[in-house]
Structures are given as structure tokens and as C-alpha cells.
Design a protein around this ligand. Sequence first.
Ligand code: NAD
Ligand code: ISE
Length: 338
Amino acid sequence: MTVRIGVVGTGWIGAEHIRRITTSICGAEVVAVTDIDADRAAGAVEGTGARVLSSEEEVIAAQDVDAVVVASWGPAHAESVLAAIKAGKPVLCEKPLATSVEDCHRIMEAEAAHGSRLVQVGFMRRYDAGYLQMKRVLDSGDLGTPLMAHCVHRNQSVPEAYHSEMEARDTAVHEIDTLRWLTGQEVATAQVLTPRRTALRHEHLVDPQIILLEMADGSRVDIEVFVNCQYGYEIGCEIVGEKGTVRLPEVPAPVVRSSGSAGTEVPQDWVDRFDPAFDAEFTEWVDTVRRGAEPAGAGAWDGYAAAAVCDAAVQALHSGEVVPVGMAPRPALYGDAQ
Ligand code: NAD
Ligand code: ISE
């Protein structure tokens, strides 16, 4: 069976996912899309055979749509996800699941009322080969208990609309999810340090930032977020355990010797760096939809936990204080472990 997918939001990542479903992975096709910018939607499906509909309601309700991908702007995510749950259709929602913890609660309540999990959140790093290798090492117990993690998240530059709170909510949210998943620990507190600002930024932006997390077991995570680093896209992660360390491997790239120097190209953005992880994420998700199984990636609880940590980090950015993360008890639907 070919899984027939409807896509809500056909901007940068929406168009990437349409291309991915159409040309990179097997077992699925895009049959309907929508975007508040109809021309953009038409451009994204050119040559695919998918139709452009005028609203997300039409996409989600369409008889030939088996599952939904949400790739619109963050503030629009919650209503689309709730509509998909109401229709009983699996939904893969790009991060963030929602822009408030209240909306994340509404989504978890809707899933509970449905009686099984339908939501996967697009935390694609859980499918990156390097992070998966790190997880295997950590799960083996060879390093003992994790004590510290040092993370780096650098973007070449960001548009003027990107503001200081987005360093947590839009960018470090990936490390927040990844560290919860790698260590099996929830985040207890957040603090934000603001080093000297780069001159190569839009005036309003606090960049770089160092986000410090304390996990529930007392281990610590530091995340350098620097979204105007100029040279490209770089992701780093090292975890220090009682008996050893594990570091995210560099993505293999050819070493070029020329004109008296040797070097490798640096990825320029998240598409360059994580394309294989997105492919793996979609391949698995499509397979779960085809089998009628619950999604295997990050779920609504993970989306909620990330939102709660981001709230604390944003409060910490403004106050300069160490801010506790307020977390509700984990609903039974989401099990005990990460
Ligand atoms: P974008 O601005 O390029 O595209 C968003 C699109 O959504 C636009 O075309 C806009 O017209 C459309 N849209 C907004 N509200 C809508 C609505 N109610 N219904 C239908 N369409 C609507 O943004 P983007 O970079 O593609 O990001 C989209 C989402 O994907 C964001 O939530 C972002 O955080 C996430 N994202 C994730 C990653 C990742 O690494 N996983 C990378 C980039 C973006
Ligand atoms: C973007 O939305 C992403 O999710 C990228 O992975 C991240 O690197 C970037 O900072 C975000 O703006």
C-alpha cells in the first residue's frame, strides 16, 4: 500500500519534505497540499501530480489523505495537529509541536481521548547516524553515568525576523530534545549566559547565547547557540561520562588538497547537514503509518517537554536567573521511558 500524504505548509521545509516523499523515499506519495500562499503551494507540487487545496481542513478531511505532514509556521501547528487527531489521521508535525505548553496539553488530551498516539514531532536528529552511534555507546553503559554534555549549534546567519527568544525555541530546541533522548533525563532548570555580542548580527538580536541546563539527575548540559557564525552550519555534541566520553562524529566529507592547502567543505545549512536523517525519519514514519502502528519517533510528550524547557530558557534569558522547568506528570499514554 502506498501511503497518501497531505501537507500543510509548503515553505522551505514543506517543499523539502514534498521532494523527499516524492523522490527520496519509498512507499508514499503527496496527494494534496495547502499553504496560505497558494502560489508557493503550486510551485512546491509542480510535476508531482498532487493537488493544491484552499484550506488545511480540506487537506485533512480528504478521503484520499491517509496521513498529514505539518510544516507551516510554529504558531499554526497546534490547530493542524488537533484537526488531524480529530480526523483520526497520523500526523508528523515539524518542530515545535506548539508554541505554548497549554496547546501541547490540548494535543496530549486529544490523543488520550483518541486512545492511541497519532502524533510524531519532527525532531529528526534522533535519526542522524552520528547521534544514533552516540546513543548506542551511552546505552551500553561503557561510559558509566553521563555527567556533562557540551553542545554547539551554529547557523551561518538568520533573517531579521529571527529574534532572541528563538535561540532557545527555534534552534536549541533540537539539543533539548536530543539530550533528553540520549540521556533519558528530563531537564530540571535552565539558565542563559549572554557573551559579548557579535557585531555581525541584526541590532535587536542577543547572539551568541550559552544555554545551561541541569538535568533531573544533576548532570549538566551547556549549549552554545551562535546563529551568525558566518562560515556555515555546525553541530557539535560531546558527552562526558564517569569512565569516558563520546563525541558526535563529523559527517564524512572528502579532503581536498589544492593551491597549497587541504580541507573539507562545511555544510551551509540544516538541509546539507541533516538530509539523510530526514530521509530516515520519513522512511520509518511512513512504515508505521502503513502498518497502522503508533509513531516510533518523538511524540507529543517530547514536544511538550521541549516547550516547557524553552519557556524556562526564555524566562532565564530575560531575568538572568536559574529558572526551574515546570513539568506536569507524564500521562500513561506516553509510557515510562524516553
Ligand atoms: P517558511 O516560512 O519557509 O515556511 C512556512 C510556510 O507555512 C509558509 O509558506 C507559510 O505561508 C505557511 N503557512 C503559515 N501558516 C500557515 C497556515 N495556517 N496554513 C498553511 N500554511 C501556512 O518556514 P520553514 O523554514 O519552512 O519552517 C517551517 C516549520 O518547520 C517551522 O516550524 C520550523 O521551526 C520548522 N523547521 C524545522 C527544521 C528542522 O531542522 N527540523 C528546519 C527548518 C524549519
Ligand atoms: C531551524 O528552524 C531549524 O530547525 C534548524 O535545524 C536550526 O539549525 C535553525 O537554527 C532553526 O532556525
